[in-house]
Design a protein around this ligand. Structure first.
Ligand code: OOG
Ligand code: NI
Length: 465
């Protein structure tokens, strides 16, 4: 009997989710089509260089999703489902701090972690969890109502969770069970037709539209699915030409002549979707909610901690210059700041320790019997070894907050005089019963593994760093 391995389950889940979301939100299909057109054009124009940060096969299939849940228990169940797909929690994002509007959530991202798995299918899901215990947003009364509401709902049927555990334990599922698992998993993220309790939803909406989307309904749903594009500026122009209203900016690094680093993202505005509502007198009426949107992203090279600190510093410089000159174009100011303060080539990023690369023996390395130099710098300079950039697989808190925020109509309510509840990656690990991994450690491991391999192949006694 045939079976599906974890990566095959992951790829199938991503494809089916995409098909389902395209039916629910047709504008998403437009975004996917335009992304594919742009990618084909870039590949034609730039050739092999366009595939430096991932093969065209990987990039075309590549998506991230975003989902939102209410409790550590629900997040633990999500971890079981994604664990079955070979996706692990990576990184901790505190959007309560990063957003100006009320976004009472903390988040992580579920994704494959090793190079071979990422190359097979890099599907990742940005997963946010509500923080009812944060008194800046919820008073004691609302907190207990919200917690009771969340405790009483079931997002994922026991059969789905049992199949997930089985896939994790065996690292695969037989065909028939795989089919059932995929069916139940996709269904768990469909928009529910069950009427929304209008007054409860509105109570939460006064605090935060995100709180209402999560805690105002008895089910969950995929919030958006994001294709990857090789030229996001061109994508933005083409979507605008088609009359689709995009948010004002592209989040993240500016367009500039140096290497692409980290992540650039933009989105179109949330669309009004019809939703059944139950009014306090019990009548069911047809209403509309605006929560789901389309997003697209371009990915660049992963930065080291030092590189990331530089990135944050540059954002600060851009903010400062914008505050001195509010009518200036943020994109132009950012470009200017970047050209002054960030190295303009991969070689310099590597030499300054700002970005992650893997290292490989050069096919044209000297073969005249000469002994290789022992330092990495010399190995690169003398053509023994070449460097390949590691693509950034994670998210950026400020961009994520910007994406949340640009799709909220109101600011919501936040009592800044209250002390916020502190959460961090360790707390989250404990709450969901599995380690939330450190993204920097994962990139460093990829780099170090490649260096160990090179040193071994060249017969070098000492480790390269
Ligand atoms: C998640 C927003 C963050 C991203 O790509 O940064 C995000 C959400 O809206 O639930 O998806
Ligand atoms: Ni997103």
């Amino acid at each position: 009997m045939s079976t599906l391995s974890q990566w095959q389950l992951r790829a199938a889940f991503a494809a089916r989710l995409s098909e389902m979301y395209g039916q629910e939100v047709p504008a998403y299909t437009t975004l996917v089509d335009v992304s594919r057109e742009v990618n084909e054009d870039v590949l034609r124009a730039r050739g092999a260089d366009a595939e430096r940060l991932g093969s065209i096969g990987r990039v075309t299939a590549e998506r991230h999703g975003a989902i939102r849940v209410g409790t550590p228990r629900e997040l633990g169940q999500v971890a079981r489902i994604f664990g079955a797909l070979g996706m692990h929690p990576v990184g901790f994002y505190d959007l309560r701090e990063a957003a100006a509007s009320a976004v009472p959530v903390v988040s992580t991202a579920f994704r494959p972690v090793d190079g071979a798995e990422l190359a097979r299918n890099p599907f990742r899901v940005f997963t946010s969890m509500l923080t009812p215990g944060d008194p800046r947003f919820f008073d004691a009364g609302l907190r207990s109502r919200l917690e009771a509401f969340l405790a009483d709902r079931e997002l994922f049927p026991p059969e789905l969770l049992a199949l997930a555990d089985r896939a994790t334990a065996g690292r695969e599922l037989p065909q028939e069970e795989a089919e059932r698992f995929l069916h139940l998993a996709v269904r768990a993220f469909e928009l529910s037709a069950e009427p929304v309790d209008k007054s409860w939803y509105e109570t939460l909406e006064r605090i935060s539209a995100v709180a209402a989307d999560i805690g105002g309904v008895r089910s969950t749903h995929i919030n958006h699915l994001t294709p990857r594009v090789l030229d996001i500026d061109e994508l933005y122009r083409r979507m605008t030409d088609r009359g689709i209203e995009m948010i004002d900016t592209i989040q993240g690094p500016p367009a500039w002549k140096g290497p692409d680093v980290l992540l650039r993202q933009t989105s179109f505005r949330a669309l009004a979707e019809p939703r059944a509502m139950r009014t306090p007198d019990g009548a069911v009426i047809s209403g509309a909610l605006r929560v789901r949107f389309g997003e697209v992203e371009a990915r660049g090279i992963a930065l080291t901690r030092e590189g990331r600190a530089r990135y944050e510093e540059l954002l600060g410089r851009v903010d400062e210059r914008m505050s001195q000159n509010p009518s200036a174009s943020r994109g132009e100011i950012a470009r200017d700041v970047w050209e002054r303060h960030l190295p303009g080539s991969e070689q310099e990023l590597a030499a300054e320790g700002l970005a992650y690369f893997t290292y490989h023996l050069h096919p044209d390395r000297p073969r005249d019997g000469s002994r290789p130099p022992t330092g990495l710098g010399e190995l690169l300079r003398q053509g023994w070894v070449h460097a390949e950039p590691i693509v950034y697989e994670d998210f950026l808190p400020r961009s994520a907050a910007g994406i949340f925020q640009s799709n909220l109509s109101g600011e919501g309510t936040r009592h800044s005089d209250q002390q916020g509840t502190a959460y961090d990656a360790d707390w989250l690990s404990g709450a969901i019963g599995r380690d939330v991994l450190d993204p920097f450690a994962l990139y460093a491991r990829q780099r170090n593994d490649s260096l160990a391999h090179v040193a071994h192949e060249l017969g070098l006694a000492e480790t390269l760093s």
